[in-house]
Design a protein around this ligand. Structure first.
Ligand SMILES: NC(=O)c1ccc[n+]([C@@H]2O[C@H](COP(=O)([O-])OP(=O)(O)OC[C@H]3O[C@@H](n4cnc5c(N)ncnc54)[C@H](O)[C@@H]3O)[C@@H](O)[C@H]2O)c1
Length: 248
């Protein structure tokens, strides 16, 4: 049984992780840490100092600002950590590198298992299909999303581009008399309603099209990815790990 401590347990993602821990075999949530208060079925501490329970893995879904506390606790306990918060600064990334000399640190920009698999498939497809297939990426998100295109779309473009030595430029949308298509990877952002996240990568060749796609139906996929990551990283030696280590 893997004992999990959830940092940021009162938030959207933290609660989803708690939920999944209650359903998954082989893991249990022993408690959480959060500056907010909530009545949850496990102990919630205001700081890491209060944690008395045995902890095998920390899952952090709080905020980048909490990184020093998370790393200090994990290093003190000698336990692996899954860093799922976003917005790390270069100094944070250096601190993560440093910590990974002492403990196992799992970090990825996208915890959806499916997206990470899609990234691998896109890399393979681009290498297999080569220059004779044009690559277009279409991503769809809810109306409130602020940035475009999504970071995941850019990540997928980068993966496809690996087959071409990173030489293909990205082209964001088309309008007007743009002329015949060039050597680019086209990226298009659709916004509307409550779409959680859709990514489609088209490889369009002569008289045939290959389409690879992923659809996120709820934030739960990220929580499930975090628990899967925790299971993977539990008991691992010091070092840096990401979703590709799990899938690979
Ligand atoms: N890597 C991924 O795939 C992925 C997916 C979804 C969300 N995220 C990231 O996870 C983080 C949390 O997302 P969310 O939607 O659950 O946000 P949220 O605001 O709903 O929850 C964050 C929780 O962390 C707590 N918190 C914040 N700072 C804290 C601190 N210093 N100490 C203790 N607790 C603290 C808050 O009180 C809150 O309960 C964000 O950084 C988000 O970008 C990453």
């Amino acid at each position: 049984m893997i004992n999990i401590l959830i940092s940021g347990i009162c938030g959207h993602m933290g609660r989803n992780v708690l939920d999944i821990c209650g359903q998954e075999e082989g893991v249990r949530c022993v408690g959480g840490v959060d500056i907010a208060k909530a009545a949850l079925p496990v102990p919630v501490y205001a700081g890491f100092d209060g944690v008395k329970e045995p902890v095998d893995v920390v899952i952090d879904f709080s905020s980048a600002a909490n990184l020093p506390n998370v790393l200090a606790f994990a290093k003190g306990r000698g336990c692996p950590v899954v860093l799922a918060a976003t917005g790390y600064t270069p100094a944070d990334l250096a601190a993560i590198d440093e910590a990974s000399k002492d403990i196992a640190v799992f970090r990825t920009a996208n915890l959806s298992v499916g997206i990470n698999l899609l990234q691998k498939l896109v890399r393979q497809a681009a290498a297999f299909l080569g220059e004779s297939f044009d690559i277009e990426i279409v991503e769809k998100h809810h109306r409130l999303k602020k940035d475009a295109p999504s970071g995941t779309a850019l990540m997928l473009a980068e993966s496809a581009n690996e087959a071409f030595g990173g030489q293909k430029p990205c082209l964001y949308g088309r309008e007007g008399m743009v002329g015949a298509r060039g050597n680019e990877i086209g990226i298009h952002a659709v916004r509307g309603g409550t779409i959680v996240g859709e990514h489609e990568v088209l490889f369009a060749g002569e008289d045939e099209i290959v389409t690879l796609s992923h659809s996120a139906r709820s934030k739960r996929v990220f929580a499930a990815g975090a628990v899967r990551a925790a299971k993977f990283v539990a008991g691992k030696p010091a070092g840096k790990y990401d979703m590709h280590d799990v899938i690979g």
